[in-house]
Design a protein around this ligand. Sequence first.
Ligand SMILES: *[C@@H]1O[C@H](CO)[C@@H](O)[C@H](O)[C@H]1NC(C)=O
Ligand SMILES: *[C@@H]1O[C@H](CO)[C@@H](O)[C@H](O)[C@H]1NC(C)=O
Ligand SMILES: *[C@@H]1O[C@H](CO)[C@@H](O)[C@H](O)[C@H]1NC(C)=O
Ligand SMILES: *[C@@H]1O[C@H](CO)[C@@H](O)[C@H](O)[C@H]1NC(C)=O
Ligand SMILES: *[C@@H]1O[C@H](CO)[C@@H](O)[C@H](O)[C@H]1NC(C)=O
Ligand SMILES: *[C@@H]1O[C@H](CO)[C@@H](O)[C@H](O)[C@H]1NC(C)=O
Ligand SMILES: [Zn+2]
Length: 633
Amino acid sequence: MGSLLLLCCCLVALLIPIQALVDINVATANDIHSNLNRTTSPCTNFWNFACGGFSSASEYVDNFERVEDQFASAMVEFMESHLGENDTLAPRLIGQMRLYYKACTADARTLHGNPRPEELVNHWTLHPKKFLVDGLNGVFIDERVDVAANDSMGWVVQIKMPDPSAKYSDLRVLQLMRLYEEEWYTWGVFELVEKMHQLQAEYRAENPLVYTWSYSELRRQIPIPHSFFIELLGGNHTEEFDRLTFEVSDVEYLRECFRFLRDFSSEPKDTYIRARQYVLLEESEPRERNPRSCIHHMRAYLPLGMNYIYDRFIYQNREQDTQKLQEILSNLKATFRKYLDANRLQLTPDQLAYVREKLKGIQIKIGNLPEEKFPEFYNNHYRSANFTMTNFLANLLEALALRTRLQNAGLLERDSRVDLRHYYVNDNVRKARTSPFYENERNTITVPMEFLQWPLFDHRQHAIFQHSLLGAVMGHEMNHAFEQEGILFDAAGNESPVGLEIRESQTFRDALKCAEQPPFVSLKERLADLNGLQLAYDSFFGLDHDSRKFEYRPYTFERQFTAPQLFHLSYAQFFCGSLPPVIAHDRDDERVNVSVGNLRQFAYDFNCETSHSTNCEMWRPREEASSNRNVHP
Ligand SMILES: *[C@@H]1O[C@H](CO)[C@@H](O)[C@H](O)[C@H]1NC(C)=O
Ligand SMILES: *[C@@H]1O[C@H](CO)[C@@H](O)[C@H](O)[C@H]1NC(C)=O
Ligand SMILES: *[C@@H]1O[C@H](CO)[C@@H](O)[C@H](O)[C@H]1NC(C)=O
Ligand SMILES: *[C@@H]1O[C@H](CO)[C@@H](O)[C@H](O)[C@H]1NC(C)=O
Ligand SMILES: *[C@@H]1O[C@H](CO)[C@@H](O)[C@H](O)[C@H]1NC(C)=O
Ligand SMILES: *[C@@H]1O[C@H](CO)[C@@H](O)[C@H](O)[C@H]1NC(C)=O
Ligand SMILES: [Zn+2]
């Protein structure tokens, strides 16, 4: 056994699929066993039982880091090879991605440390009026392109005050200014930043009113300069801009902010913007530049290029994975339909029809890539970016501007609508997503290709591993469609009065109240956790499964744990990792414990004493409905 485990480790390290030599189910079961910590009983702290040994068994922080590392190794190998060098489909894109990677790994110049004042003022050639075009969002205002609440295919430009987190970037700016306090160009920056913070504190609201305005209306309401939009959107006629819809929040803040800026001298404004741009670069560049960190950086900033290359040159199992994931999704949907038949929330026929339609419409997408098959689309997508092999920081500026340009692209075209063939997620993240995510407006779950790697998933695994881990994650994402925010959106991703009606109903509100026991980070995450695990469990074992009534034949790959026990252990692997030492109760252990604690079968499966506290169930049929049929031993 010892040598077998050793063999696994070496092979993982070499990135050779272990499954070729060791049965994938044996490997998975071994992995689960190596993470156990038997000093606690599964009944008292299940997370510690399932995951408490992880940190001593694994060199990684968690299983996410592990699959991200596998992804990075494969991409490093690609980047350093000659693969795709004479490609006929997307030679430009592949060339650009290699240039970026080369400069990232080879150019030793970094920003770390404090810039010399001349650098700050002169080095950055960017024009202070064009800061949004250069990707510097959240200075004075926050601008993003989204879709309308009542039309998920129609673009809107959302404008609001900067996110509270932008304060940290401002603090760094002030720190830089203090270094050059005696210089003329720091004059006024302190006053400017202080005024902005004061206005933001004064007008920040929990749920700000959102106004839907035309461009002319926006200009009437807020003294925002015309040049700002010319730079951002490329057009120059008010009539062109009037084709756009603006969703504006924090109106009083914006009004005061632009009034103040209009009368404030431009020198400190420009210095402030340049310093913020500098800080943005500091925040964006990898902390240390090496092949892997460069890949992770590129995953976040150049997602289309990275996913395209991974999909074409590295990803082997798209077909098999797609089939498995579709199977899991349709199982989950079938179970949810049974829930709706029982109608625990006593929805009206109209409301039920609404939920059924939405359930039916949930799509799954493997990898954050557009549907487009035409290679020219990919080859040209980054065409406007000028990357070089020698200057990483210049490339980073290009990448930031490119990302913003792509977000704003085509807005001014006549009758511009969301083009689903070209749609993918390209938002302002610094760290790419690895875990699956659900988008209300698209009614779609995206499963990043990073996630579809052992030990999180393998298409050859036994169904119990797939349906417990990925099944519960997909159950979680699906339930985002039906929590207090998601329920507002209909099957097509438009906000609907029927959804609001459901949310206001007493039964729905009671279900929320039940889940609202502390500690929790976010109510919708809690709901998705509880309902997701229940949905996955019911989909695998059937409704009203009761392990006390069965004897389980052992699996060939797992002799100690019964099927329901193995299900819970495999589910927990998603959350296994080393907890930060400072916080005794991190999200992950709580999430596991609270989720299994609200699954009534969990206590039966591990022969725990059942507590009499109520389980929070929302959609799942009530136990009473079937308990007459059950004869409890
Ligand atoms: C989870 O752990 C906490 C202590 O960390 C414990 O109070 C709780 O009962 C545990 N729940 C389960 C179901 O393991
Ligand atoms: C198992 O859990 C206990 C209690 O939390 C802890 O003290 C111990 O270090 C853990 N053992 C291992 C091998 O991680
Ligand atoms: C690409 O073409 C060049 C020039 O013909 C050749 O030297 C090189 O080996 C080719 N690379 C690959 C990976 O085939
Ligand atoms: C969407 O909402 C806006 C603003 O409330 C309104 O002007 C527009 O007519 C609505 N569109 C649809 C299709 O309901
Ligand atoms: C501004 O308008 C003129 C005349 O209509 C046009 O030729 C020019 O290209 C426009 N400039 C931009 C930046 O779109
Ligand atoms: C790209 O950048 C290089 C180096 O900065 C410059 O020489 C070249 O003119 C640029 N090309 C374009 C098309 O902007
Ligand atoms: Zn979630």
